[in-house]
Design a protein around this ligand. Structure first.
Ligand code: MG
Length: 223
């Protein structure tokens, strides 16, 4: 069995939020509400455009955009705590529709599975193992704890290549966010964007995606 890609990869690097889990609607709502508590407008569309940035990077961008200057450490902690509280109140993670089939297909093709995420939840691996047993492993993950710069810098994807011991030409990335696409393309990796959220496809093409697909069913067909 061969994937219908322009080349035969040895590994697939998956982003997590908006790819493995259908978590973006909640992140968008939580960020938007946490900023509203500060009197700052931050639309859900803007949250989607910013996806991939660290929490402190996001707070800084919004403060600067509204003439509040650089946020203090206290501002960052308060806002991020509010955002996390609102997010956590929305319930258990939801696996992305079609993702189990995609992962099963990737496994059946004999390709390695990595996660490259800006998320820094302490219980990340437990959560992944709960919803997707026998699929993800600590040594095949790059998280917020590993990187200094994070997406859209190529750093997380370059670190993934190093962990995998593979050249960019033998890897495929699955992303949903423009900044994630920029990061992966900056690392020189063929990048499939799956538009699982509210952005226009153009946002993903402009970020440099090699392919833009509407959902995981389309990805399953491509593999
Ligand atoms: Mg994402």
């Amino acid at each position: 069995m061969k994937p219908n890609l322009p080349f035969l990869p040895k590994a697939v690097f998956f982003d997590m939020d908006g790819v493995i889990f259908d978590s973006m609607p909640r992140h968008a709502k939580a960020w938007s509400e946490a900023m509203a508590l500060e009197g700052l407008p931050f639309s859900e569309y803007q949250v989607y455009l910013q996806e991939g940035r660290t929490g402190s990077g996001t707070v800084t961008d919004v403060f600067l955009a509204h003439g509040r200057g650089v946020p203090s450490q206290e501002d960052m902690q308060r806002i991020y705590a509010n955002k996390s509280r609102i997010f956590d109140s929305m319930g258990d993670p939801i696996p992305m529709r079609g993702m189990h089939d995609v992962l099963a297909k990737v496994k059946s093709l004999g390709l390695e599975i990595y996660i490259i995420t800006g998320s820094g939840q302490a219980s990340l691996l437990d959560t992944l193992n709960h919803y997707y047993p026998d699929t993800f492993y600590k040594e095949k993950m790059v998280t917020a704890y590993d990187v200094k710069k994070g997406k859209p810098d190529p750093e997380p994807y370059l670190m993934g290549l190093e962990k995998a011991g593979l050249p960019a030409s033998e890897v495929v990335v699955v992303e949903n966010a423009p900044l994630g696409v920029r990061s992966a393309k900056g690392a020189g990796i063929f990048t499939i964007a799956v538009n699982t959220g509210i952005l226009s496809d153009d946002d993903l093409w402009q970020a440099g995606a090699d392919v833009v697909l509407p959902d995981m069913e389309a990805l399953l067909e491509l593999l």
